[in-house]
Design a protein around this ligand. Structure first.
Ligand SMILES: Nc1ncnc2c1ncn2[C@@H]1O[C@H](COP(=O)(O)OP(=O)(O)OP(=O)(O)O)[C@@H](O)[C@H]1O
Ligand SMILES: Cc1ncc(COP(=O)(O)O)c(N)n1
Length: 269
């Protein structure tokens, strides 16, 4: 009898530099021994210094990519990253509902670390109505959570209230990532399932090579969900994966280099 092969789909933008987006996601799936597939929403001309061009993909082609992989191969878990515009967001929501993709990780990507918009401003708040309600796990960073909530989230109490809002919008679980909280000695993320708060704490590494950390983290959560792991355990395992990837950065390019997707192997070898 054939073993079941876990299959994960990323619905996101392409990063020609290979550090973020679809490329980071597929590398992460591969490292975690999950079969990776993609539905590309936009092509970015990008490297470690920034984004120099964006071609948004026709929403109909985004839909056809999702149809193609679901109808033939099947999807155990999926994630969204860069979505570019409202039409693409609408079609993704439609397809997730049509195919009843329950293990959906929504990474509400808005702006790249280099400061380029990856989701048109008018579409940002629509995440609350269209995609967050379909999320098994939603993974905002602090600036994204602040845009969606509409107020600063400096204090832990405010972050806890914000986490409750994500649950009220329909997400099953939320992780508010603390990577941007540079004042904190640790890299601390807040997980909430509507009942219990869990702080995920790890060493904060002094490095400028953090291009694609959010993509890699959400892709790792997706890979673990595809393998049948519970959301809390998936987030714990993904936190270990991203910490290892940041702790052994790749000295690639002249700007913010990528994380190291194979760093986790060093523990085994
Ligand atoms: N310097 C660091 N050292 C250790 N962990 C970090 C560091 N920076 C970010 N992280 C961790 O990486 C994960 C991704 O968080 P981050 O806040 O960087 O996401 P993001 O801003 O969405 O990333 P991106 O901008 O790449 O999309 C979180 O678990 C966060 O705590
Ligand atoms: C295609 C694509 N998707 C996502 C990101 C966010 O990653 P980062 O914030 O690290 O630049 C990116 N730069 N490009």
């Amino acid at each position: 009898m054939m073993n079941h092969i876990p299959r994960a789909l990323t619905i996101a933008g392409s990063d020609s530099g290979g550090g973020a987006g679809i490329q980071a996601d597929i590398k992460t799936f591969q490292e975690l021994e999950v079969y990776g597939m993609s539905a590309i929403t936009a092509i970015t001309a990008q490297n470690t210094l920034g984004v120099t061009g964006i071609q948004e993909i026709d929403p109909d082609i985004v839909a056809k990519q999702i149809d193609a992989v679901v109808s033939d191969i099947g999807v155990d878990a999926a994630k969204t990253g860069m979505i570019a515009n409202i039409e693409i967001m609408q079609i993704i929501a439609e397809k997730v509902k049509q195919y009843q993709i329950l293990n959906l990780v929504v990474d509400p990507v808005m702006v790249s670390k280099s400061g380029h918009s990856l989701l048109e401003e008018e579409a940002r708040l629509a995440l609350k109505e269209l995609l967050i309600p379909l999320a098994m796990v939603v993974t905002p960073n602090l600036p994204e959570a602040e845009v969606l909530i509409g107020k600063p989230l400096d204090r832990l109490e405010a972050r806890k209230e914000a986490a409750q809002m994500f649950i009220d919008w329909g997400a099953k679980h939320v992780v508010i990532k603390g990577g941007h909280d540079k004042n904190k000695e640790k890299a601390e993320d807040l997980f909430y399932d509507g009942k219990e708060f869990v702080t995920l704490s790890a060493e904060r590494f002094e490095t400028k090579h953090t291009h694609g950390t959010g993509c890699t983290f959400s892709a790792a959560i997706t890979a673990y969900l595809a393998k049948g792991v519970s959301p809390l355990e998936a987030v714990h395992q993904a936190k270990t994966f991203i910490s290892q990837a940041i702790s052994h950065p790749l000295q690639i390019g002249k700007g913010h280099g990528p994380t190291n997707h194979w760093a986790h192997r060093m523990r085994r070898e």
